[in-house]
Design a protein around this ligand. Structure first.
Ligand code: OAD
Length: 228
């Protein structure tokens, strides 16, 4: 049986594809206030501003490609049972060839109805924008299928179950500042190896982690040489 490799990824995973991270120099949150574009209150105050923020980011997906790090993760499926838990809302893991991806914070290419019973719709390349007044067939306004700050993270339970069953846990490109995602490390079984790939120092309250201080692509090559 293949060993189960559970991977937690963040914005740094997609940095080498050209998608900006959130924090640090050049980060998205230097230009936009989280409260304005990533909270239910911000959406209530100025829905079109929020829709435009995600419309723009959705379009960016068509200007970028998966990087070597994404591709190596997909190739690892030959040797490992790879389960990816991503905080990213892009689709680069899937486009890189990975088959098991949990999106903790939602997906840019999906929108959902604001009506009582949640209905999710997939957007297509010829229909990438949503605007105030765009409604689902039942007449409710559409919103991005994104987990905003202060909202529940419905996929967290599935993610916890994956981490609890891991034989190896690998963290790539996340500052580990946003919960509950950052808390997933605490569910890793006690006796398994934990690796972290990040070119910068990440503050972790866990001394079991083996740090590979490199970018995602180079870091993935080193990880492969360590586990194969
Ligand atoms: P951050 O922007 O907080 O952290 C990105 C991490 O990627 C940092 O630790 C960087 O050092 C690292 N990094 C930079 N370049 C890299 C590279 N080439 N290879 C690997 N790592 C690199 O992003 P996240 O931790 O993903 O949520 O942020 C978590 C959540 O906060 C996001 O999902 C988003 C945000 O607000 C929502 O919007 C709900």
């Amino acid at each position: 049986m293949k060993k189960r490799l559970v991977v937690l990824t963040g914005a740094g995973m997609s940095a080498e594809s050209g998608i900006a991270t959130f924090r640090g120099a050049g980060g998205l949150w230097n230009n936009e206030r989280v409260e304005d574009v990533a909270t239910p209150e911000g959406f209530h105050r100025n829905p079109q501003k929020v829709l435009d923020f995600y419309n723009k980011r959705r379009k960016e997906l068509f200007d970028v490609e998966p990087n070597e790090g994404h591709r190596i993760l997909a190739e690892l499926e030959e040797k490992f049972d790879v389960r990816i838990i991503t905080q990213n809302v892009d689709n680069l893991h899937e486009r890189g060839g990975s088959s098991n991806v949990i999106h903790l914070h939602g997906e840019l290419m999906k929108v959902r109805s604001m009506g009582g019973k949640e209905e999710v719709f997939e957007l297509t390349e010829d229909n990438l924008e949503i605007h105030v007044g765009d409604k689902c067939p039942k007449g409710y306004q559409l919103r991005p299928h994104i987990v905003w700050f202060g909202e529940p993270v419905p996929e967290i339970e599935n993610a916890v179950k994956e981490v609890e069953k891991a034989d190896i846990f690998l963290i790539i490109g996340t500052s580990m500042q946003v919960y509950p995602a950052a808390g997933l490390i605490n569910y890793a079984p006690r006796d398994i190896p934990i690796y972290l790939i990040d070119p910068n120092q990440v503050l972790l309250h866990n001394d079991r982690v083996q740090v590979i201080q490199k970018g995602a692509s180079e870091g993935m090559k080193e990880f492969v040489s360590l586990v194969e």
